[in-house]
Design a protein around this ligand. Structure first.
Ligand code: SF4
Length: 478
């Protein structure tokens, strides 16, 4: 059923209702509430999982809470990419679950050097933004020559130069089989089954136990027919590709992706309950014009698909201005809107502080933390930064919502051993948290100084205010 109509009471009635607490919750009702809110897993109720008398109820609950979009795994060695597994149409109804992996293509007409360069580029693409590593995820190997020997050679080059998961792309079953024969212990994505080859592709998918993409560009009825045929023939892990068009055709692609997700999540139609994929690199084939125009349309298509339910993307451009924005957009869309994004509460050492260096305080909201630590680091101020657990709220919100709790100051001071690192007992809190200064001072017995309201003012504060504050404290604590 649609996720938003699941009631905890309905789940509770199917649980053992012994309140044994083996799941770590106070009672079965608390477990049911957390399960519906996706804050725990069904398997944590071990009596339900292990005792035969509850088997039917376990299956009933799973049929209620399972995702509307099946989770499909693409795997190579130790790296597993989960796609799909989504519960809701709209992110604000719950959260989206699995960020769409981004594949970069190589083909069997490229030189060995070019293949290696593109594979290494994909593997090494890395940009850290607010503590999260933005990266690319897999290699799509395309058969352009339609020669199985050339395809095998290309697959071997890719395998020797990266551990990233692989997608094998050809509409000819014999070429796909040539690639699969090299990847017997893995789960590459086979691309793709069409109305003319689905039967042979189904056999390969079952024999090699690999997920299979279904390709029916601009023809949703055709997509549905092939999907039904594949399900009937016993293929369970499908990925739906309704075709990626650019320019005036982009709206057709978006409408198809939205329709597939709507039918899966809101109408519970199992034929649509699979992850989807998009191929923005079609801009390189479909658009007239120069490389800049093609790459621009590829970026536009990729961004449009990420915000419209796509589960996997295949790209061709290696320009940073194409790839970086889409990896960042993906990251933002796939954060959990129910949870503020936070960093670990701890003591951060900046530069080479000594026992008389200032100790600044900030909240553990990720953007606040990176802004404040960045300003202090860039100013080369040797100091400590005490990151207090405010449940991920920014300083002003945390202050207003009573999330800047003295006990949380104490916790991180004790855990970090701050009292042994500095001889003074002075904390500098942000001006926006001024109203908590008295409470913190009383509770933890450190002097609490109200510092600048903006971290960009910290260098001036350290130069003009800190020496006086420190001298005053020393003279009072001889
Ligand atoms: S483990 Fe299962 S039966 Fe025990 S309290 Fe949790 S939900 Fe209830």
């Amino acid at each position: 059923m649609p996720w938003k109509s699941i009631s905890p009471i309905e789940i509770y009635k199917l649980l053992p209702r012994t309140n044994c607490q083996k799941c770590g919750e106070e009672n079965c009702m608390a477990f049911a509430a957390k399960l519906v809110n996706m804050e725990t897993k069904l398997d944590k109720c071990t009596p339900l999982l292990e005792e035969p008398k509850y088997k039917a109820n376990y299956e009933k609950i799973w049929s209620i809470i399972k995702p509307a979009v099946k989770e499909v795994i693409i795997k190579r060695g130790d790296i597993s990419l989960k796609i799909g597994g989504e519960y809701v149409m709209y992110r604000h109804d719950l959260t989206y679950i699995n960020p769409p992996p981004i594949a970069l293509d190589v083909d069997d007409e490229m030189s060995e050097n070019e293949i290696i360069n593109r594979v290494k580029f994909t593997e090494n693409f890395s940009y850290t933004y607010t503590g999260i590593n933005l990266k690319l995820d897999m290699i799509a190997i395309r058969s352009v020559s339609e020669d199985p020997k050339k395809f095998i050679k290309t697959v071997k080059i890719v395998m020797e130069n990266t551990k990233l998961p692989i997608m094998l792309c050809s509409l000819k079953p014999e070429i796909i089989e040539a690639g699969l024969s090299l990847l017997k212990n893995d789960r590459p994505l086979i691309y793709a089954a069409t109305k003319s080859n689905w039967n042979e592709m189904a056999k390969l998918s079952k024999e090699y136990k690999c997920p299979l993409a279904v390709f029916s560009p601009g023809d949703m009825d055709g997509l549905l027919t092939i999907t039904k045929n594949l399900i009937d023939s016993g293929v369970g892990d499908l990925v739906l590709d309704p075709g990626t068009f650019v320019g005036n055709g982009l709206s057709t692609t978006i409408n198809s992706l939205v329709a597939i997700r709507w039918k899966a999540c809101e109408e519970e139609n199992p034929l649509y309950g699979f992850p989807t994929m998009g191929v923005p690199m079609t801009a390189w084939f479909l658009m007239d014009g120069d490389k800049l125009k093609k790459a621009t349309w590829e970026a536009i298509a990729a961004a449009s698909l990420i915000v419209n339910h796509v589960s996997l993307l295949v790209m061709h451009s290696i320009e940073g201005w194409v790839l970086l924005p889409i990896t960042l957009l993906r990251r933002n869309i796939y954060t959990d809107p129910r949870k503020p994004v936070s960093v670990k509460p701890e003591l951060k050492v900046i530069g080479n502080p000594n026992e008389w260096s200032p100790v600044f305080v900030t909240s553990n909201f990720v953007l606040t933390y990176y802004l404040v630590s960045g300003d202090i680091e860039n100013s080369k101020i040797d100091s400590y930064l005490l990151i207090v657990d405010t449940e991920g709220y920014a300083v002003d919100v945390a202050t207003a919502a009573n999330k800047f709790i003295p006990d949380k100051f104490k916790e991180v001071i004790d855990e970090s051993g701050l009292e042994k690192k500095v001889k003074h007992r002075i904390l500098v809190i942000p001006r926006k948290a001024a109203k908590i200064s008295g409470d913190v001072e009383d509770a933890i017995k450190w002097r609490v100084i109200v510092g600048p309201s903006d971290s960009s003012e910290i260098p001036a504060f350290v130069k003009n205010e800190w020496p006086k504050i420190l001298e005053e404290w020393k003279s009072e604590n001889k």
